[in-house]
Design a protein around this ligand. Structure first.
Ligand SMILES: *Cc1c(COP(=O)(O)O)cnc(C)c1O
Length: 465
């Protein structure tokens, strides 16, 4: 028989207590945290959907590996294991271990970046953009048109727009393009996948113009799932073979092991080119650590090597993508406006459509984030005008293009009943949706304000900015 129920393909060996709280307690905690869930303590949270980064549950194999970790300074067996796991997967010979993904970005992008250089990506992740701009170079996002509209359904909304890519190469000159970076899946664009056809096109364009092609491959296993099930010609391939084919098209990759390697910390840079690897390795030794551990302890490297194998398990990937879709489908059926189709690691809610009465300068996304915490103790993240809003010369808010709220799903952490509870929280929010007001910012730092800003609820909406 064919089962409708998809079960978690693991048993639970060790558990972590969730402290249950009352709505009255949460109202107090939220008030004390200035209505910014980043300022909450983790034991005040019932279900934590703030991020999927570094929050995975490790397997008993990974914990066993942690006990085997070899902490030798040079040439540790744990390093050899991690290095060959990455070489086997990516096909790249030169592997540089780092303490997380952004450190790998820093090594490569400061080396090839600098004033006058241009990077082009489907969408630069925020640490990617920050590293590029910090070097003095320019980062240009070039997503495919379908990726810009939450309500449009398309199998590969994460693709780069190759027509615009070609015109940008024409405009800046191939010699000034430091790299084309394909982010798979496209995190900032909603965890949407990139097709193999798109990666092949980028490969051809980069070869023709002698431009470096880098994969930001933190979620390449999740991306491979979408290719196998949505792109013709890949039905018979394994997820690992699909990932290997995509790696073979690029000249190297950056990777955060906090995503598709189930590790709590770690990352790496992997390259085809020896000269470039040698230059990056010099910076690695100065800033991260010796070349056979980077910023990592032996036990971390052991966990990453094992995680990189486990992530391609077909039963796991099926459960992973289907369980994200399960939440998306439930919310969609309840009439909650979400980004369609759902991506790999998160569900994005269109807060502007959920609370049409709240104007952008009273932050509908933040209102939803606070509502989810008050009603259900759920912590999640606003991706809208709090995160990306800017002020004009008169101090008036220039809102972000979209007011989204991200529910990121940690890997192997929550069960179906936790997710049902999240959906039920929305039922509560829908009942009182019309009476909800927004918030105003009463304190903010000059950069990355979403992490530390203080808010205050507004009781009467002013309607205009
Ligand atoms: C998380 C992430 C990074 C940065 O990795 P860290 O380990 O958080 O430093 C880079 N790119 C993408 C697409 C990511 O999701």
């Amino acid at each position: 028989m064919v089962f409708k129920t998809i079960i978690e393909p693991f048993r639970i060996k060790s558990v972590e207590r969730i402290r249950m709280t009352t709505e009255a307690e949460r109202n107090q905690y939220l008030h004390d945290a200035h209505y910014n869930p980043f300022l909450l303590k983790s034991n005040q949270v019932v279900i934590d959907l703030l991020t999927d980064s570094g929050t995975s549950a490790m397997s008993s194999e990974q914990w066993a590996g942690i006990m085997r970790g070899d902490e030798s300074y040079a040439g540790a067996s744990s390093w050899q294991r991690m290095e060959s796991a990455i070489q086997d997967l990516t096909g790249y010979p030169y592997i540089l271990p780092t303490h997380q993904g952004r450190a790998a970005e820093h090594l490569l992008y400061t080396k090839i970046g600098g004033v006058g250089k241009v990077f082009i990506s489907n969408t630069h992740f925020d640490t990617t953009r920050a590293n590029i701009e910090y070097s003095g170079a320019t980062a240009i996002d070039c997503p495919c048109p379908e990726g810009k509209y939450p309500e449009i359904s398309h199998p590969f909304k994460g693709n780069i727009d190759t027509t615009t890519l070609l015109s940008l190469i024409e405009k800046y000159g191939a010699g000034n393009i430091a790299a084309v970076i394909l982010t798979v899946t496209n995190n900032s664009g909603g965890g949407q996948p990139v097709s193999m056809a798109n990666a092949r096109d980028v490969h051809t364009i980069c070869k023709k113009h002698t431009i470096l092609f880098i994969l930001d491959s933190c979620r390449i296993a999740e991306n491979a799932y979408f290719i196998k099930h949505r792109e013709a010609g890949f039905e018979g391939k394994t997820y690992r073979e699909i990932a290997q084919e995509m790696y073979s098209l690029a000249d190297g990759c950056v990777f955060s092991a906090k995503k598709d390697a189930f590790a709590n910390m770690g990352g790496f840079l992997a390259l085809n080119n020896l000269d470039l690897a040698v230059q990056c390795r010099t910076v690695l030794i100065i800033t991260e650590g010796y070349s056979t551990y980077g910023g990592l302890s032996g036990r971390d490297m052991e966990a990453i090597a094992i995680g990189l194998e486990e992530i391609f398990d077909a039963d796991y990937l099926h459960y992973r993508i289907k369980s994200t879709q399960y939440l998306a489908d439930k919310l969609h059926k309840m009439g909650v406006p979400i980004m369609m189709p759902s991506g790999g690691h998160a569900v994005y809610i269109d807060a502007k459509a959920f609370y049409p009465q709240i104007p952008p300068h009273e932050y509908p996304g933040q209102a939803l984030v606070c509502g989810l915490y008050k009603v259900g103790g759920i912590r999640c993240c606003e991706i809208g005008s709090v995160m990306f809003g800017k002020y004009d010369a008169n101090g008036k808010l220039i809102p972000a293009a979209m007011e989204l709220v991200r529910l990121a799903i940690p890997r192997r952490v929550y069960t179906q009943s936790h997710i049902d509870y999240v959906a039920e929280t929305f039922e509560g929010l829908i009942e009182t949706k019309e009476q909800v007001h927004g918030l105003r910012i009463v304190h903010e730092p000059p950069f990355l304000r979403h992490f530390t800003a203080h808010f205050e609820p507004v009781t009467l909406s002013s309607g205009v900015a």
